[in-house]
Design a protein around this ligand. Structure first.
Ligand SMILES: *Cc1c(COP(=O)(O)O)cnc(C)c1O
Length: 241
């Protein structure tokens, strides 16, 4: 482990840490879905950089040239669970260990055009439809604008509203995908839960390890849904402040 923010409950993205130069690679995860932090930029390292982008792939523009390998499960921004996208730089592919099991060797899949075994046809098909939809609305730069707008609205409300507080310590590391917050007075949770459920909101309970609340704003979530949550938060403040 090159660095960690465990000391502050993973409430920030570690920066300016020293990475040994004799590593095979450095692995990072671009967005932390549990604690709601996100790399806005990526470490500049001399070793190959490998990134798990499962939870923010295609949500914003990223310069792929920084990475030796990017992988992402489809199930958040791309399509249904069951497919995984891997992008690997050719020179990095050549550096793989010998003696890997056939199935675990990316070379196998590159050589076979990703059809070494039967691909999960339905998830791949839905990923295609989702990517066509994304292209039609203006591509990654268009969805990035919408995602930034959604996150900005919600974080502004969390900061303004006297009943709530954000749980990420460094505001510059706040995720645009997973907005984590909690009640300043947690004994009011049953009251708040009743209100958002009545507004037909679902799934904003925080991860089981963390508690509190987490609103996930993946590509598929329209800005109107964010506005509904904000209205509930404002009504909650009017009633209980
Ligand atoms: C969503 C996510 C997971 C969990 O994926 P499951 O398929 O639900 O296990 C794990 N790691 C990262 C980085 C994720 O974004």
């Amino acid at each position: 482990m090159a660095s960690s923010s465990e000391d502050k409950k993973f409430g920030y993205i570690p920066k300016d840490y020293v990475v040994p130069e004799d590593l095979d690679y450095l692995h990072i995860t671009s967005n932390n879905t549990i604690y709601g932090t996100q790399h806005k930029s990526f470490p500049k390292v001399s070793v190959p950089l490998v990134c798990d982008m499962s939870s923010d792939i295609f949500s914003r523009k990223v310069d792929a040239r920084q990475f030796a390998l990017i992988y992402a499960g489809a199930q958040k921004n791309m399509g249904p669970a069951g497919a995984t996208m891997v992008m690997i730089r050719k020179d990095f592919l050549e550096k793989n260990k010998s003696g890997l099991l056939t199935m675990l060797d990316y070379k196998t899949h590159v050589k076979a055009g990703s059809m070494f075994n039967t691909p999960p046809v339905f998830p791949v098909y839905v990923v295609m439809l989702t990517l066509r939809w994304l292209k039609k609305i203006g591509g990654v730069s268009a969805i990035e604008k919408i995602n930034n707008e959604k996150a900005k609205l919600l974080y502004e409300e969390i900061d303004r509203n006297s009943m709530f507080e954000g749980t990420v310590i460094s505001k510059e590391d706040r995720s645009t995908m997973n907005v984590c917050f909690r009640l300043r007075n947690e004994s009011l949770e049953p009251e708040f839960d009743k209100m958002w459920k009545e507004a037909n909101i679902s799934g904003i309970r925080g991860h089981r390890d963390v508690g509190g609340y987490r609103a996930s704003l993946y590509n598929a979530l329209p800005i109107e849904s964010v506005k509904v949550l904000i209205e509930v938060m404002q009504e909650f403040e009017r009633k209980f402040a």
